[in-house]
Design a protein around this ligand. Structure first.
Ligand code: SAM
Ligand code: SF4
Length: 328
C-alpha cells in the first residue's frame, strides 16, 4: 500500500493518453484547440506501460484512461489490451466524450473495463453544438446506448455553466430515472486553456443541489463510496444515482487517493498543482525502475494537503491550462 505524507492511501492513477480532442468544449479549450503536443513529446505506449507496471507494483490498483479524448489516439485499444494484462491491476476505467467510442464498446466489455464516464452536458442538439462547437450529440448517445446494451456501468458527467446548460440539469438528472446510469454534475473549474477567465462558479454544489431538490423534494443523500469525489443522492424509484462533484470548492481533498500522469509524462499529485515530476524525461534519461521508484516515493511524500495549498504553491503559473492537458 502507498501512503502520502498526510496518511492518505494512493491507489488510483488517472493517465491522460493525449491532449488532442474531436470536440472543443469551451470550458476545456479555445475554439482553435491547443498547441498540440508533438508525437515525440507524448509518452509512448511502451513508456506508459512501463510506468503503469511499476506503479501497480508499488500499490496502484485502479487506472483511469483519459485525455484529451482517448479514442483520437491511434491504437488506443492496443494500450488497453496491454494494461488489461498487468498483474495486480484490479480495475481499468475510461473517461470519454463518446464521439468515436461506440464501435469499441464490445471489446471494452471483453477486456473487462469496469466502468465508463461519459461526458455529456446537455441532451439538446443545438446546445450541445454551442458547448462543444461540434454537432456530435447523436454519436454520443449511440455510445451511451452501446455501453448500456453491453452492461458496462456508465456515469454521465456534466459541467454546469451559468447561462448555458442550467436548464439541462433536470433533463440530464432524469436520465437516472429512466436508465441505470449515475448522473454527476461538476462545478466548472478555471482549466480551459485560456478560453476565458472564470472565478468561483455561480453554480456551485449548493446551488446545484438546491435546484435538484426543488424538482425532487424526496431527493435523499446516499452513502458515498470510499474516496468518492462526488456527493451522491437518490430519488426513490430512480434507477441510478445523482451526484455532485465540487471540483472548484474542493470538498473531497481529505480522502484524495489519486495521482495523475499528463500526456507528456508529468506527474501531478494534485489536480491543482503545476506538475511535480517529469517522468518522461527521467525514463528517457535511462533511469531504471528502482531509481524511478525513489523519485515517485519522494513526490508522494511531499503532497499538498489540499487543492487550495497546491494552487497557492504554483509559481508563475495561472490556473488556466486545459483539462485536456491535465487529464480530467
Ligand atoms: N475527452 C474526454 C471527456 O470529455 O470525457 C476525457 C477528458 S475531459 C478533460 C475529462 C473531464 O473533464 C470531462 O468530464 C470534462 O467535462 C471535464 N472538464 C474539462 N474541463 C473542465 C473544467 N474547466 N471544469 C470542470 N470540468 C472540466
Ligand atoms: Fe475534449 Fe473532453 Fe476537453 Fe471536451 S472536455 S474538449 S471532449 S477533452
Amino acid at each position: 500500500m502507498l501512503f502520502d505524507n498526510h496518511g492518505r492511501p494512493i491507489h488510483y492513477l488517472r493517465l491522460a493518453v493525449t491532449d488532442r480532442c474531436n470536440l472543443r468544449c469551451h470550458y476545456c479549450m479555445p475554439e482553435h484547440g491547443l498547441q498540440w503536443l508533438s508525437r515525440a513529446d507524448l509518452l509512448s505506449y511502451e513508456e506508459m506501460l512501463r510506468l503503469c507496471t511499476l506503479l501497480v507494483r508499488m500499490g496502484i490498483t485502479k487506472i483511469r484512461i483519459t485525455g484529451g479524448e482517448p479514442f483520437v489516439r491511434k491504437d488506443m485499444m492496443k494500450l488497453l489490451r496491454s494494461l488489461a494484462a498487468i498483474d495486480g491491476l484490479e480495475q481499468i476505467h475510461l473517461t470519454t466524450n463518446g464521439v468515436a467510442t461506440a464501435g469499441f464498446v464490445p471489446e471494452l466489455k471483453q477486456l473487462g473495463i469496469r466502468s465508463v464516464n461519459l461526458s455529456l452536458d446537455t441532451l439538446d442538439r443545438e446546445r450541445f453544438f454551442q458547448i462543444t462547437r461540434r454537432d456530435e450529440l447523436p454519436r454520443v448517445l449511440d455510445t451511451l446506448h452501446a455501453l448500456l446494451e453491453h452492461g458496462i456501468p456508465v456515469k454521465v458527467n456534466a459541467v454546469v455553466m451559468d447561462g448555458q446548460n442550467t436548464n439541462d440539469l433536470i433533463p440530464l438528472a432524469a436520465l437516472s430515472r429512466d436508465l441505470p446510469v449515475d448522473v454527476r454534475f461538476i462545478e466548472e473549474m478555471p482549466f480551459n486553456g485560456g478560453d476565458h477567465i472564470t472565478g468561483r462558479p455561480l453554480w456551485d454544489y449548493v446551488r446545484i443541489l438546491d435546484t435538484l431538490r426543488v424538482e425532487w423534494p424526496s431527493l435523499e443523500k446516499t452513502p458515498d463510496a470510499p474516496f468518492s469525489t462526488s456527493m451522491n443522492y437518490l430519488v426513490p424509484g430512480f434507477k441510478g444515482k445523482i451526484g455532485i462533484i465540487a471540483a472548484w470548492s474542493r470538498t473531497f481533498c481529505g480522502t484524495c487517493n489519486r495521482i495523475r500522469v499528463t500526456p507528456k509524462g508529468v506527474l501531478k499529485t494534485c489536480l491543482y498543482d503545476q506538475g511535480v515530476l517529469q517522468l518522461r524525461d527521467l525514463m528517457r534519461s535511462g533511469l531504471d525502475d528502482e531509481a524511478l521508484q525513489v523519485h515517485l516515493l519522494d513526490a508522494f511524500a511531499h503532497r499538498p494537503a489540499n487543492g487550495w495549498e497546491a494552487a497557492a504553491a504554483r509559481v508563475d503559473s495561472p490556473l488556466e491550462e486545459s483539462m485536456a492537458t491535465i487529464g480530467g
